[in-house]
Design a protein around this ligand. Structure first.
Ligand code: IPD
Ligand code: CA
Ligand code: CA
Length: 256
């Protein structure tokens, strides 16, 4: 039931994004290259209002609005109303709505919806992962040489931990390293086997919460990079089909 609630929310927010893309939208700068549009804000407003109405006893963590609701609740909705704002602002049809429900800090529901391709990725803990009506699994690629990877970069590219070294190292050892621009959707591409592995170093909980559960439920492996366990608040994530995980980790922890 909660999964259906989460999907309905993502469809409704996705419709706002699709409509806004056809109209004029405003772009503001949160940082040098970090954008926010009125589409992000309108989609988040819809999600927060609907969750607050349906689950007044729950807490919410939303990208633009921060923490809301009942701080003592065991249940936390973690939402990115528009993951891939830069793509959206340029009219590139690769962006998503990402919604996760955490129970005592563990994701139990995750949905990621691309409103342009109409692809709904969804998972419930213990019940597998789905792309629309089809159950999905990670790929069977078993070497770096045969793999297609994906990553992303932080908005502050002046910091030393900007991921360029890792990108250079892996791009020469694989069939390619994509930079698609929506971490939530990138994780779902790992889950359905389109790509074999994804990593990023400086993400927020709302970028990863839903996608990490979807990869896990699709039979993939999700860990940290500098530490073995994946932790939603730590910013780093390595997600793969499991078979190339160790090889990716060795490259990501190698000294330049
Ligand atoms: C960004 C996207 C991008 C990733 C960035 C994120 P936003 O989220 O997920 O792929 O590389 O690190 O911040 O700002 O478009 O919601
Ligand atoms: Ca995001
Ligand atoms: Ca966002």
């Amino acid at each position: 039931m909660l999964l259906e609630n989460a999907k309905d929310l993502a469809y409704a927010a996705g419709k706002i994004l699709r409509d806004k893309l056809d109209e004029d939208f405003n772009v503001e700068y949160k940082g040098e290259i970090d954008l926010v549009t009125d589409a992000d804000k309108a989609a988040e407003h819809l999600l927060v209002s609907a969750i607050t109405k349906a689950f007044p006893q729950h807490a919410i963590l939303a990208e633009e609005g921060g923490k809301l609701g009942n701080a003592d609740s065991d249940y936390l909705w973690v939402i990115d109303p528009l993951d891939g704002t830069t793509n959206f602002a340029h009219g590139v049809p690769y962006f998503s709505v990402s919604i996760a429900l955490l129970e005592q800090s563990k994701p139990i529901i995750g949905v990621v919806y691309n409103p342009i391709s109409d692809e709904m990725f969804a998972a419930e803990q213990g019940y597998g992962a789905w792309l629309n009506d089809r159950q999905i699994r990670v790929s069977k690629t078993d070497s770096l040489q045969k793999s297609l990877l994906c990553t992303g970069f932080p908005y502050d590219m002046h910091q030393p931990n900007n991921n360029i070294d890792n990108f250079s190292r892996l791009v020469t050892k694989t069939q390619g390293v994509l930079r698609l621009g929506s971490a939530a959707l990138d994780l779902c591409y790992v889950a359905c086997g389109r790509i074999d592995g994804f990593w990023e170093m400086d993400l927020k909980p709302w970028d990863m919460a839903a996608g990490a559960l979807i990869v896990h439920e699709a039979g993939g492996l999700v860990t940290g990079i500098s530490q073995p366990e994946f932790e939603i608040a730590k910013g780093e994530i390595l997600a793969s089909n499991g078979l190339i995980h160790q090889a990716m980790l060795e490259q990501l922890t190698a000294r330049a």
